[in-house]
Design a protein around this ligand. Structure first.
Ligand code: ADE
Ligand code: ZN
Length: 324
């Protein structure tokens, strides 16, 4: 099974590029940019990645990305991950990135975009890997700030496949971003949103009804509402489920307790992603291996999950045909 999963051409729909910052690169970039880290060593950083919940993780995630200052830093971050993912049999990744988290630190949008877009272009030219771009907005920041950033990003709209919604979910319901998502729709951008990770099933319903999203990131708490499950099944809305993330952030205690088998049994269009692989114990291959271990899925199940991801990925029709 391990060799099968390594060879299986895999597609990832839910990955935060800032969440791929391995401690080794964090230390290298800190040295390059003259930044002091709160850790004495790589091992000390890794030991700190023991999270109580989503907020506990987000605190370290935003702190970690402080080493990203220059265009080259964003390029190195993305290119490092693209090479690693490709070596694990990943063929396509839709990446989320968080402009507000960089703007807040005084890093201009142009710096972020130039580094990420250069890495995307080079990866697509040299690695047989394709990359989709999801500009994500932080739901624990003001809604009008998000709208302002979307307007500021006008030179880059043509490079975006979608906008997304992430960060601390509790008490930040999708409805807060109604105007942002309406504007993105007006611009012809696809919409996705994190919902039902730590927040209630009601937030999934809001994301569908009010934000008109095409996918739900996570969505595992849909099982708390029969109505929401029925809607997701009827519409075959893709859920981008992140098994190792859910264990790390204590959404579930053990992977063997995870609702993934139940989500599949409900007839939902489930896909597997890694979310923030540098913080949660591995990338897409590790997530597949962990699921094989926890659920005993056969090869056909993994093929089906990857087919769902390919059907939904932000790729050209030609690339989709290649991948299917
Ligand atoms: N940003 C990065 N990872 C995230 C997650 N798992 N949930 C919400 N926001 C995030
Ligand atoms: Zn996420």
């Amino acid at each position: 099974m391990n060799e099968f999963l390594r060879q299986l051409p895999k597609v990832e729909l839910h990955l935060h590029i800032e969440g791929t910052l391995e401690p080794e690169l964090m230390f290298a970039l800190a040295a390059r940019n003259g930044i002091e880290l709160p850790y004495a060593s790589v091992d000390e950083a890794k030991a700190a990645y023991d999270f109580k919940d989503l907020q506990g993780f987000l605190d370290l995630y935003y702190q970690g990305m402080n080493v990203l200052r220059n265009e080259q830093d964003f390029y190195d971050l993305a290119m490092d991950y693209f090479k690693r993912a490709r070596s694990e049999g990943v063929m396509h990744i839709d990446i989320h990135f968080d402009p507000q988290a960089h703007l807040q630190r005084g890093v201009p949008l142009e710096v972020v975009m130039a580094g990420l877009l250069r890495a995307k272009e080079e990866a697509e030219a040299s690695l047989d890997l394709t990359i989709g771009m999801i500009m994500a907005f932080l739901r624990d920041r003001p809604a009008d700030e998000a709208l302002h950033v979307l307007e500021q990003a006008s030179p880059y709209w043509k490079f975006l496949d979608a906008i997304g919604l992430d960060s601390a979910e509790r008490d930040h319901p999708p409805v807060k971003f109604q105007a942002l998502f309406a504007r993105a729709k007006e611009l012809g951008l696809v919409r996705v949103a994190h919902a039902g990770e730590e927040g209630p099933a009601e937030y999934i319903a809001q994301a569908l009804d009010i934000l008109e999203v095409q996918r739900i990131d996570h969505g595992v708490r849909c099982l708390e509402s029969d109505d929401v499950v029925k809607r997701l099944r009827d519409q075959q809305t893709v859920l981008t489920v992140c098994p190792l993330s859910n264990v790390s952030l204590k959404v579930v205690e053990r992977l063997s307790d995870h609702a993934l088998p139940q989500l599949l049994a409900e007839g939902l269009k489930v896909t597997i992603s890694s979310d923030d692989p540098a913080y949660f114990g591995g990338g897409l291959l590790e997530n597949h291996l962990a699921c094989a271990d926890a659920f005993g899925w056969d090869e056909d199940t993994f093929r089906m999950l990857n087919r769902y991801a390919i059907e939904e990925a932000f790729v050209s029709e030609q690339r989709r045909d290649e991948l299917l």
